[in-house]
Ligand binder design. Structure first.
Ligand code: KG4
Ligand code: ZN
Length: 312
């Protein structure tokens, strides 16, 4: 739950993490996730209003994610938003979750405006998009199979790191050497990604090593896996930049919290464009980015097709 003024100024951004709830299961349990949303939202709403020193009467637009996402969670969110909209006589607007990730960058840099080239890397998406204007997105490339975040989560599980995998793999990789256990770098023609082959390569490597690899080997494998994903992501970003030169590049989504990706993205983009990566708390899922996307989407009459993808 977040309160954002004029689509740009974050007055409050309250996040309740469900990590503890799902950790014991090794991944997100959709039914538990939806129930927990329902239980937590009223309190989070109080905190968000309090943090913003705002009253319901101050709120004139309610933005809510319509997709993509887990059906049960989306249902709870839209139900609560519809209720609030009716109770507070505030307008209601539906937002595409992926747009939200891009808008996180606009919250981070107040002078940032489209057109821009975006790399959106999350648990379910690895998309290269051109945002020509507010609410207008064109997908230039995406993954054929696993998303980058999903690949990190699965690799982390293979390395015995549990849930949530991405941040744990990030930490372990810092003590590893990516050259000691080299893994293939996925390379597809054009601007497409594929991470399932890399995942299988890690599986076979672990099998070939036999038994439980020692801590250093696990760290080396984590570093090699991370390097392959990051270099693959950036190779296509660079190719997209060559094909469509522009001034602004945004790298966002949960995986944009990755330490190596942040460092390498800055090196790869260099002075060819201006790179914006949201701060960590705006990279991973949050409500402020949805409020921003809702504000600009409505202002520019962008309608959301909840049938997933980038649907506009
Ligand atoms: O955008 P997000 O918070 O939720 C979705 O919309 O999916 O992204 C979550 C994904 C997860 O796969 C998580 O493991 C990954 O982002 N992630 C990371 C890091 N922090 C989050 N992956 C690599 N390194 C990180 N530091
Ligand atoms: Zn997300």
């Amino acid at each position: 739950m977040a309160v954002v003024e004029a689509g740009r100024r974050v007055l409050s951004n309250v996040i309740h993490s469900q990590v503890e709830l799902h950790a014991g299961f090794g991944g997100v349990v959709p039914e538990l996730a939806a129930r927990d949303h329902l239980e937590r939202l009223p309190h989070l709403l109080e905190l968000a209003l309090e943090g913003a020193a705002a009253k319901p009467a101050d709120v004139d637009l309610i933005a809510v994610t319509r997709g993509p996402g887990l059906a049960g969670c989306l249902l709870v969110g839209t139900g609560v938003a519809e209720g609030l909209s009716a109770a507070w006589s505030a307008d209601l607007t539906g937002v595409n979750h992926l747009w939200g990730h891009i808008y996180a960058a606009l919250l981070a840099r107040l002078d940032l405006e489209p057109p821009l080239l975006g790399l959106v890397v999350s648990g379910a998406h690895s998309d290269l998009v051109r945002m020509s204007e507010h609410g207008r997105f064109e997908v230039l490339g995406r993954t054929r199979d696993d998303a980058a975040g999903e690949a990190f989560d699965k690799a982390a599980r293979m390395l015995g790191l549990g849930y949530p995998g991405g941040p744990a793999l990030d930490r372990l990789a810092r003590t590893g050497d990516p050259r000691r256990q080299r893994l293939p770098r996925p390379s597809l023609p054009g601007l497409e990604y594929s991470f399932s082959g890399l995942k299988t390569a890690l599986l076979y490597r672990l099998r070939d090593l036999g038994g439980e690899p020692d801590e250093q080997t696990r760290a080396d494998l984590a570093a090699a896996f991370e390097a392959s994903v990051v270099e693959s992501l950036l190779e296509k970003l660079e190719a997209a930049l060559d094909g469509e030169p522009g001034d602004e590049v945004v790298v966002c989504g949960g995986v944009a919290a990755n330490t190596l990706l942040r460092r390498r993205a800055a090196e790869v983009v260099g002075d060819r464009a201006r790179l914006t990566m949201p701060p960590l708390d705006l990279c991973t899922d949050n409500a402020a980015m949805i409020a921003a996307a809702g504000f600009f989407g409505r202002q520019h009459s962008a309608t959301v097709d909840p049938s997933l993808g980038w649907g506009a």
